[in-house]
Design a protein around this ligand. Structure first.
Ligand SMILES: Cc1cc2nc3c(=O)[nH]c(=O)nc-3n(C[C@H](O)[C@H](O)[C@H](O)COP(=O)(O)OP(=O)(O)OC[C@H]3O[C@@H](n4cnc5c(N)ncnc54)[C@H](O)[C@@H]3O)c2cc1C
Length: 391
């Protein structure tokens, strides 16, 4: 099989190609051997965090000035494609730890908050989570009901609850979004950066068995008067909604790139399987209906990657719009879901068992269509931009 056709290498500079190969070697060496086992055993593998840190993945997206790797947005996309192709749990962990937590802390934290948290998070000594979603506030996060009640001494007490928080049960530090004055609506939402080892907080695994990302930690968190000091406010009071939205908009690029990785893997597995298995006296890949699926998945892969790279390059140039990342996430996640669906079908009964990787790709990709803004929410963003321009 000619893998060069679906690897990104020919679209990249020599340095970027070397970077991609390095991340591919790391993923194959350190992540691939555990990807199936952690999914089947439903365990979060703490050693994975140390491996990601040692390879520079956790610090990669941050500037060198604060000890990060100084990756360009394109390098971030390349890295997440490679992680996504091999292990959804590792990619999802990085999407939260680096995409949402460290980057938001870097952009909005004061000197003391950056000094305290960026180093430990980049070295994998601390795990972070981004606690935004609530049982009654999912897509409509402006309506979140968790309250931060201001005390006479300027500190806060937090009441309420979050759910579906990735790393929520294992995190040392949490970016928490709570409303300090519900009469102001979303203008009362404020961000806080807090440790998780304090009174008034309870964390539980989400009920049920998750469809995908079974080697990840997803928690429900309740707050019953959890104390928060005045110097744990992140950014200006009342700016939490825009901090959360800008964090999600930035994070969507890595989710889109991770979906390209899933898509690429689904295609690679489909090509390998259909060229290797024969029925009716010839390889499956010789049947036109199979060829049509392979060709469609191949074409869609290049469309998704083109949108992801375009978004990354525009981010680098400073002229990215919300439409760029919304389009990239929408197309890449939906196309990857279709690619995984085809891969399961093309494997026949073998696509139905964890003995082959395609059912895991199919299960894992569903979450990428849901979090950091569902596909419908990406469409509302795009449609709003179109119609506002038409006014
Ligand atoms: C694996 C996983 C990890 C997650 N990790 C985190 C995390 O770390 N931190 C965090 O804060 N959250 C996290 N989430 C939560 C995630 O962000 C939310 O599930 C997501 O925002 C959708 O919210 P919801 O589930 O309440 O669905 P709802 O908002 O209730 O949506 C249900 C359906 O209605 C549709 N819908 C809603 N509004 C509209 C509209 N205006 N127009 C058209 N359709 C609409 C949606 O597209 C969806 O299909 C995670 C979720 C998953 C599955």
């Amino acid at each position: 099989m000619n893998e060069a056709l679906w690897l990104p290498d020919d679209e990249l500079s020599a340095d970027e190609r070397a970077f991609a190969r390095e991340l591919r070697a790391f993923s194959d060496d350190k992540l691939a051997p555990h990807a199936r086992a952690i999914d089947e055993q439903r365990t979060f593998r703490r050693e994975m965090v140390a491996d990601l840190a040692a390879a520079g993945v956790l610090g990669g997206p941050l500037p060198t000035g604060v000890g990060g790797g100084g990756w360009t947005p394109l390098q971030l996309a390349i890295a997440h494609e490679e992680l996504g192709a091999v292990c959804g749990n590792a990619r999802g962990f990085c999407a939260v730890q680096t995409g949402l937590v460290t980057q938001t802390l870097y952009r909005h934290g004061n000197d003391a908050q950056r000094r305290r948290w960026l180093g430990p998070l980049m070295r994998g000594e601390a795990i972070g989570c981004f606690a935004l979603t609530e049982p009654d506030a999912g897509s409509d996060v402006a309506s979140l009901a968790t309250r931060a009640e201001r005390q006479a001494d300027g500190s806060y007490r937090v009441f309420g609850g979050k759910h579906w928080i990735t790393n929520g049960g294992i995190a040392d530090v949490m970016l928490l979004f709570a409303n300090v004055d519900p009469s102001l609506g979303h203008k009362g939402i404020t961000a806080f950066v807090v440790t998780t080892d304090r009174d008034g907080i309870e964390r539980h695994a989400m009920p049920g068995v998750d469809l995908g990302h079974r080697g990840s930690d997803h928690a429900a968190i309740t707050f019953d008067g959890m104390p928060v000091a005045a110097d744990e406010v992140l950014g200006p009071i009342g700016r939490g909604f825009s901090i959360a939205m800008s964090g999600l908009a930035a994070g969507r690029l890595s989710v889109a790139a991770g979906a390209v990785g899933v898509h690429r893997r689904a295609l690679a597995e489909s090509v390998a399987f259909t060229t290797g298995r024969a029925q009716f006296g010839q390889p499956l890949a010789q049947f036109q209906m199979v060829q049509e699926r392979l060709a469609d998945v191949f074409t869609a892969l290049h469309c998704s990657r083109a949108l992801v790279y375009r978004c990354a390059r525009r981010r680098q140039q400073g002229n990215e719009t919300h439409a760029d990342v919304a389009m990239a996430k929408l197309h890449a996640t939906e196309a990857a879901a279709a690619a995984a669906e085809h891969a399961v079908m093309l494997h026949g009964a073998r696509g139905y068992t964890s003995a082959f990787p395609v059912e895991r790709l199919w299960r894992d990709i569903q979450a990428l269509r849901i979090y950091e803004g569902t596909s419908m929410i990406q469409k509302t963003i795009l449609a709003r931009m179109l119609t506002e321009r038409a006014k």
